[in-house]
Design a protein around this ligand. Structure first.
Ligand SMILES: [Zn+2]
Length: 115
């Protein structure tokens, strides 16, 4: 039963993270929309740089939201906390730091090294 309990704890954590990321995305979208209409004239370069970094932020937030949604879906399916590569349990300490982790630390390292 201990395993189920920890999944529930992580669900609450993920839902909080989802709410936070969604709010951040909405704020970023709002900021982009505000700065978009005819910001002609001075500091064009600054405006362009700003909008590029905001687009990147938006993209990162989108990825984060997607990862959180997938983790919540995996909790519902009962596959949360299981490495998608080796099918072993992901260490609880790892899930506490990275609640959206879908690989154990070993497989993640292999994945990131691309070998
Ligand atoms: Zn693994």
């Amino acid at each position: 039963m201990g395993r189920k309990r920890s999944s529930v704890d992580n669900l609450a954590k993920l839902q909080d993270a989802l709410a936070e990321a969604t709010q951040q995305r909405d704020m970023t979208l709002e900021a982009i929309n505000r700065s978009q209409p005819t910001t002609r004239g001075h500091h064009m370069a600054d405006v362009a740089d700003d909008s590029v970094s905001q687009q990147m932020l938006l993209e990162n937030l989108g990825k984060k939201i997607f990862a959180i949604q997938k983790s919540i879906a995996r909790i519902n399916m009962g596959t949360y906390g299981i490495c998608i590569d080796c099918r072993h349990k992901i260490a609880k300490s790892r899930l506490e730091v990275h609640p959206t982790a879908k690989r154990c630390i070993t497989c993640q390292e292999i994945h990131e090294n691309g070998s």
